[in-house]
Design a protein around this ligand. Sequence first.
Ligand SMILES: [Fe+2]
Length: 392
Amino acid sequence: MAHTTHTDALFLEHTDIMPGTVLEGEGLLSRPDVIDRLRSLGTKCVVVTGRASSRANGALPDTLASLTAAGVEYRVFDAVEENPSRATVLSCAEEMRDFAPDFLLGVGGGSPIDCCKAVGMALLGRYPVDTPGSTAVPTIVAIPTTAGTGTEVTQYAIVSEPEGKASIAAKVFPVLSLIDATYQCAMPLGITISTAVDALTHSVESLLCVKSDEASEECAWEGVRLFGLCLPELMEARRQGGLTPTMKTVAYRKALCYCSSLGGLAIARTGTSLPHGLGYKLTELYGARHGESTGFFHPHYLRLCRDMNSSSQDRVDRILTLVLQGTGVSLHDGPDMLDSFTSMMQALLPTPPALSQQDIQAMVALVPPSKLTQHPEPVGSKVVSDLYTSLV
Ligand SMILES: [Fe+2]
C-alpha cells in the first residue's frame, strides 16, 4: 500500500512557491483553528461548487457547517460544469455581485476551484478583460475533492474561452487550501486514474521544461515517486474493473493528494509544457478527460525528451525508474523501460480519440505557442504532428 511519511510541514517548506497556507488532515473542516482562519477572512463568502459530487462526498455540507460556525454568511453557486466556460464564470459573478463577498471558496475538483478564482477576478473587474493598472486579486479558499489538477496550490485557473482553454491572466493563489482526503475515498475509478495521471504529468512536464529549477525539481521528483508508489493499486483496480479496498482508504487517498499538490507546486514554478498544450485540444474537441488527454502523450513525449541530450536521458530514465518501481516490470535502462511504461499507460488509460490526419493537422495549428516554447528544444509543426500521430 502506498504510504508517505510527509506531514503538513511538507507544504510549509514550499511557501516560497505557494504564498498561501495549505493544511491537510482528516476532519480538518471542523477544527477550531480552521474555523478561526475562515472567520479571519471576512463575514461574507461565495461558495462555488459543482452540481452533485461535493454534496455526495460530504465536502459541501462540512464546508457550510464550518462557515456557519465561523459566523460567515454565505451564498452557494452550484452549477459549475467540468471544464468551466466563460459563460458560467460570468453568470456566477453576476449572481453574486450585489452580495459583495469578502472572500470566495471553491469546493470540488479542479473545475469549481478554477471557476471560483475566475469569478473572484470578474468581481474585481479583471475578467474577462483586465482593468489596466489593477493588481487586486480575490481572496480564495480551496477545498479540493479530487487529486490531480494541483489548483489548490497554483496561481492558475483554466477556463474554456471561446478560442480554447486558457488560464486567467492574473496569478490567483488560494490564501488557504484545506485538504481532507476522506472526501476522495469513494471517487470513481475513471476519475481517480485520470486525475492521478494529471498529477504525474504536471511533475514530469515540470522536470523536462526550460524553467525547471531546484525548487520545482524538489517537488516534482517527490511527486513522481509518490505516483510510482500509488501506481500498482491503480493497475490492479483497472484489472478488476473497480476500486480496490486499499483505494478506499484515507492513507491511499492522502498519498494521491500529496502527489497532486507536489505536481501543482512544481508547475506553479515552471508552468506546463507539450502534453498539456496538445492535450487541451483533445478535451475541447473530443471530450476526453483532462488527465487522460495529457497522459496519452506520455510515451512519445518521454521518447522525444530522452533523445534530446544525455542530461534529458538521465532525467527520463529516472522518471521511468520511479514510476515503474512498484509494478514488478524490468527496470533495465533504455528502451525496455520506456516500452514497459508505454504498455502500462495503455492498460491504465482508455483508448485515445480516433484522429484522422485531417483532425491532426487542424489541431497542430491550434496549439498555443506558449506551450511549445516551454520545451528545451525548438518545436515545429512536425514534432507536434508526430505527438498527435503517436495516439493513432
Ligand atoms: Fe493538468
